[in-house]
Design a protein around this ligand. Structure first.
Ligand SMILES: Nc1nc2c(ncn2[C@@H]2O[C@H](COP(=O)(O)OP(=O)(O)O)[C@@H](O)[C@H]2O)c(=O)[nH]1
Ligand SMILES: [Mg+2]
Ligand SMILES: [Zn+2]
Length: 360
């Protein structure tokens, strides 16, 4: 259908064919199908491929439209939407509820940012050419674990000397999490990873700049569509040749979302979100004498006993404490905001009440 064609009927086959290429599974296609046929006739189903400050890009099968959020923002890469492209400017008319999403606190803080939506799996990249940072991996595991998608650790650049060392260090921190080691240089591990991104599946890549995310996507694509950032030696930071987060459809398979240029992943969850990442600490804590033990000075603390006995790494306990404090701060900030909103609502109700009393 042309850009200005009048769509009086909705062709489910066009949708199924078009959006399946962009990771939509049968459930999503059926849902968009139902909506576009009924209340929102004439709109196009699509998926958000890029989010910029002033506009978003939406892929609709073959085309990529520049779109207003139509009041449904902020949108995130991976959102499924219905778009009306019949006016002067295409606009989103509906955003499908997210089945999962990768969310972070933006630091300045009051609003969480959704980095990617509707994910089946989050790949946490850990490069073999950077000093292994256990705390960073624990943070990423926590954020990914809270997304509602499955989590996998991907050791990149495994061809390098430290490949095996970094791999075993990462496996120790991410106990119970699927781990794949690979190299785009030698091609080892690539098939295993590609198999995890089958048709109708969406995967997001997270990890530091220079971890090899773009190289990996290129290897999966089989060409150089994403430019690999040259690492500046002065500050070690990668140059961001990909200027937006991007949704990439792999030929004959699912979809990968790159998240370039994300310096930090502040937690946006409550304390319970740490339970999976620190299951070992929590198992120990169940044996502390006091149920509200802070593992600081209390007598009968099984967690501190484990550190003394050498069965729990003190670094890990410190990392847990740090992330717990961060999660509690977010929760407190949320409570504060909630209280303020509640206060405003009461004030409004009171004003209304006074106005009504005056009218009587
Ligand atoms: N030796 C080796 N180097 C790699 C591999 N994958 C990526 N690199 C290099 O790592 C650097 C950063 O890669 P890039 O894909 O831009 O990382 P990104 O910032 O996470 O997207 C580049 O210089 C790549 O050539 C690999 O499997 N082996
Ligand atoms: Mg990159
Ligand atoms: Zn304790």
């Amino acid at each position: 259908l042309g850009r200005f064609a009048v769509r009086s009927t909705y062709d489910a086959n066009v949708v199924a064919g078009g959006l399946a290429r962009w990771g939509a599974n049968d459930r999503v296609v059926a849902e968009l199908d139902r909506l576009a046929e009924a209340a929102l006739a004439g709109t196009l189903p699509g998926r958000v491929s890029r989010v910029d400050r002033t506009e978003s890009r939406v892929v609709t099968g073959d085309a990529e439209l520049r779109c207003d959020d139509g009041g449904h923002g902020p949108l995130a890469v991976g959102d499924y939407v219905l778009v009306d492209d019949r006016g002067a400017r295409a606009a989103v008319r509906l955003r499908l509820e997210r089945s999962s999403c990768l969310t972070r606190s933006t630091g300045t803080g009051s609003v969480p940012q959704v980095l990617a939506a509707n994910l089946d799996e989050v790949f946490i990249t850990v490069p073999a050419d950077q000093p292994f940072d256990a705390g960073r991996l624990e943070r990423l595991l926590t954020v990914a674990g809270d997304s509602g998608a499955a989590t996998r650790v991907v050791i990149t650049k495994h061809d390098l000397d430290d490949g095996a060392v970094v791999e075993s260090a990462a496996r120790a921190v991410a106990a119970g999490v699927v781990c794949t080691a690979l190299s785009v240089r030698t091609g080892s591990g690539l098939a295993e990873l590609a198999a995890a991104i089958g048709p109708g599946r969406t995967v997001a890549l997270v990890g530091t700049s220079g971890a090899g995310k773009s190289s990996l996507i290129n290897a999966l694509l089989g060409d150089d569509r994403l430019l690999v950032g040259a690492v500046r030696s002065a500050d070690g930071k990668g140059r961001h040749t990909t200027s937006w987060r991007e949704l990439v459809a792999l030929p004959g398979a699912g979809v990968v979302i790159d998240t370039p240029g994300i310096r930090s992943l502040g937690l946006w969850l409550d304390a319970g979100g740490l339970d999976d990442t620190f299951a070992d600490v929590l198992d120990l804590a169940a044996n502390c004498r006091f149920s509200d033990c802070t593992h600081d000075r209390e007598p009968g603390c099984a967690v501190r006993d484990a550190v003394t006995a050498g069965t729990l790494d003190p670094r890990r306990l410190a990392s847990y404490d740090k992330l717990l404090a961060e999660a509690e701060m977010v929760a407190a900030r949320n409570d504060e905001r909630l209280a303020r909103a509640r206060g405003r609502r009461w004030q409004a109700l009171e004003r209304e009440g006074r106005a009504r009393a005056r009218r009587r």
